[in-house]
Design a protein around this ligand. Structure first.
Ligand code: GLP
Length: 239
């Protein structure tokens, strides 16, 4: 079942999604939160930082990471997390999980990551952003869904879309590690946040009703508990 919540704008989206996360943590203090990076969730993390909730027992698990970037590189998702989530929200070091962008063996790192999530008891709430091409995490459009955490070759569209965080598309790493579709779908709840007109087409595909690996987000139609929080621009006049 997909529940849709409409936000007027980006700021309201941050508040609405932030409240959903706060409610989750109130219900279960030691929640495992699957977290996303990128521009859309920034407003949520800002809202949470203002609220200063007690997240001392929360464990965080990240969706993805670029291969080849160290955690100290400001363009890595590790760095993003430290800057906007782990430190401002005081998440203990022992409660932070993210794939290692400098791992010597990607396959081994993916296996290790899946196992770490399993040991945590799975993800209670998975926050997702949406790629312009319909990707979730870094699960790119393709002929089939990839189940587990894996190494992915980023599409030219994704590298172009993410080049705003780098100097140019060429500087965006070619490869990344990402949770797989099954890893994401095993989360007990999913919160997809969508902002801006550039995402309207991908969001429309989700609401259109058909599941296809060519638009990975459509898999969420098969999840029993999905909330989509989207702003007016992303909804494009719908709802
Ligand atoms: C990246 C991330 C995704 C994210 C997407 C959208 O590709 N790997 O997890 O959802 O960008 O990001 P933004 O919110 O910046 O548009």
């Amino acid at each position: 079942m997909v529940e849709i919540i409409r936000a007027e704008n980006y700021e309201e989206l941050g508040r609405i999604a932030g409240e959903q996360i706060l409610r989750q943590v109130e219900e279960k203090r030691d929640s495992v939160l699957g977290l996303a990076t990128g521009g859309t969730p920034r407003g949520i993390y800002r809202y949470l930082a203002e609220k200063k909730p007690d997240l001392s027992r929360v464990r965080t698990v990240n969706l993805d990471e670029y291969l080849g970037l160290s955690g100290g590189d400001p363009r890595s998702y590790h760095y993003y997390m430290k800057e906007y989530v782990w430190e401002p929200l005081e998440i203990g070091r022992e409660n932070r999980l993210i794939p290692d962008g400098l791992c010597p063996d990607a396959e081994e790192e993916c296996r290790r990551y899946e196992e770490q999530i399993r040991v945590l008891g799975g993800i209670d709430l998975q926050l997702l952003g949406l790629g312009e091409n319909g990707h979730i995490g870094f699960n790119e459009p393709g002929p089939a869904f990839v189940c587990d955490t894996h190494k992915v070759c980023l599409s030219p569209e994704t590298r172009a879309a993410n080049s705003r965080f780098f100097g140019s598309p060429e500087e965006v790493p070619r490869y990344a590690l990402t949770m797989g579709i099954r890893t994401i779908m095993r989360a007990r709840r999913i919160l997809l946040v969508v902002s801006g007109g550039k995402k309207a087409k991908a969001l429309q595909a989700l609401m259109g009703g058909g599941v296809t690996p060519q638009i990975p987000v459509t898999i969420l139609l098969l999840h029993p508990r999905v909330t989509v929080a989207a702003d007016a621009a992303a909804l494009g006049g719908k709802f």
